[in-house]
Design a protein around this ligand. Structure first.
Ligand SMILES: C[S@@+](CC[C@H](N)C(=O)[O-])C[C@H]1O[C@@H](n2cnc3c(N)ncnc32)[C@H](O)[C@@H]1O
Length: 214
């Protein structure tokens, strides 16, 4: 049976890709620790916590930001409906290159999320129902946190939902605590998930709703 022969090959190819992604990620972290904010890509366990709380039946447009090598992307593609609009934004050129190798059919803009309004206009998207963010908020200075969050908040639909994560240790840093407070000013309801201990480092997901009816 061909499938029995192919399965181990597919598994080892996936493992090789994961090792290569980790190596690429780590090299980018070394050259820009604050901009990348993590030593390796997020775990699949964290990816599930980011994606699975959202009611995907209602989502017309989704944007992924700080997409990195695309750990969350596969889960977004698996959950979104065929007519849902989707594009991703990633600032780092090397990460964007790896992402596009993995997802050649997904529209990826290499640039900052501060341009999200312009990118939505370019895509003909008036408002966004879901934003999945991998941005390293706790390593951003206050002006970067404010600019990025305000830019994202400006494109949400009234019933929009926002998923982002924080490393456990980051919750206790001044920048991490400040970001938590900022979320409460932009969203009516903010919850924190249980800890993803499988992630390196362990992390929690912030689940945020623009309107508390969400
Ligand atoms: C912690 S990594 C997360 C990557 C991926 N989402 C994951 O979970 O593995 C943060 C990513 O955000 C990107 N990034 C940082 N600032 C950004 C910005 N202003 N606009 C877009 N992407 C940004 C970094 O280049 C990096 O790839």
């Amino acid at each position: 049976m061909p499938i029995l022969i192919e399965r181990p090959a597919l598994a080892s190819r996936r493992k090789a890709m994961r090792v290569r992604d980790c190596a690429a990620f780590f090299m980018e972290f070394l050259s820009n620790p604050a901009g990348i904010g993590a030593v390796v890509p997020s775990s699949r366990n964290l990816a599930r916590k980011m994606i699975e709380w959202i009611d995907w039946t209602q989502v017309r447009a989704v944007v992924e930001c700080g997409a990195g090598t695309g750990v969350f992307t596969g889960y977004i593609l698996d959950h979104m409906k065929p007519n849902t609009r989707f594009f991703a934004i990633e600032l780092n050129a090397s990460m964007a290159g790896v992402f596009s190798e993995h997802y050649p059919t997904v529209t990826l803009y290499q640039g900052s999320v501060t341009n999200v309004r312009r990118l939505c206009d370019r895509e003909g998207i008036e408002s966004v129902d879901v934003i999945i963010s991998g941005l390293p908020w706790a390593s951003f200075a206050r002006p970067d946190q404010e600019q990025c969050l305000e830019a994202l908040a400006s494109v949400f639909s009234p019933q929009g939902s926002f998923a982002t994560f924080a490393y456990l240790h980051g919750l206790y840093l001044a920048a991490g605590r400040r970001f938590g407070r900022m979320l409460s000013t932009h969203f009516e309801k903010v919850e924190r998930s249980t800890i993803s201990w499988h992630n390196l480092p362990p992390a929690v997901v912030y689940r945020c709703w623009r309107s508390s009816g969400g």
